[in-house]
Design a binder for this molecule. Structure first.
Ligand code: MN
Length: 231
């Protein structure tokens, strides 16, 4: 293709355990998917249809140096399991949903909590809170062929070596098949899509100098460190 009027941005991609790169197409996220997190945010877990939002593909950050975002005084971590799709479609039945999964990764849904609180108060969109630059941190993707279908197992997040979130994937309110089925009724899913499956209780702030690790049983961990932004 020689018709581009400038050089296109590089294709966002995530390393795969065992080799290769997973090219990212779109990033979908589920909010309010662990009851104890819904409670800590002031919600009622008995009345929570899945909340979906998105991040841009170029928000992918694969660990290492993470520059403190623009425009926030309250950057929060949300440790999450991330699902990577190898295929997609519309109106995917729950029974067929796991057949579209390429693999899984440990991830962090970085959130400008102050901007989210302001958006919630006004009933406005969450884009400025959630679609921040580098805001979709994700570790190496482990293929489903290596780890099997993940519907239970430990998920944890630590800051500077201290555990801040500790839960189990089995405590998700909406299961992976339910999430994929419902999402595919809203969007045509495709190979390259990532789905952040929600965070358990214990969310909190990150400041410059912090190191953060997210671990999901059976998967490679995600590690990053918060640096002061230059420019
Ligand atoms: Mn989240």
């Amino acid at each position: 293709m020689t018709d581009f009027v400038f050089v296109p941005s590089p294709q966002p991609a995530v390393p795969v355990v065992g080799g290769g790169l997973f090219p990212v197409r779109r990033i979908f996220c589920v909010g309010k998917n662990y009851a104890d997190h819904v409670k800590e945010m002031g919600g009622d877990p008995k009345n929570v249809p899945p909340v979906f939002f998105t991040k841009p593909a170029d928000a992918v950050h694969t660990g290492g140096q993470f520059n403190f975002p623009l425009a926030t005084d309250n950057l929060h971590y949300e440790g999450e399991m991330v699902v990577a799709l190898k295929s997609g479609g519309t109106h995917i039945p729950e029974a067929e949903a796991t057949g579209h999964i390429f693999g899984y990764a440990a991830g962090c849904d970085l959130t400008r909590r102050d901007l989210q609180a302001a958006a919630k108060e006004k009933g406005g969109p969450w884009d400025t809170a959630k679609a921040l630059d580098d805001g979709a941190a994700v570790g190496p993707i482990t293929p489903v062929a290596d780890v099997g279908v993940l519907d239970k197992g430990s998920i944890s997040l630590s800051v500077n070596g201290e555990t801040r979130q500790q839960s189990d994937l089995s405590l998700m309110i909406w299961s992976l098949p339910e999430i994929i089925a419902r999402l595919s009724g809203l969007f045509a899913l495709k190979a390259g899509d990532l789905i952040y499956t929600g965070t358990p209780e214990g969310v909190g702030p990150l400041v410059v100098g912090d190191t953060c690790r997210i671990e999901v049983a059976g998967l490679a961990p995600l590690d990053f460190q918060v640096f002061e932004r230059k420019g």
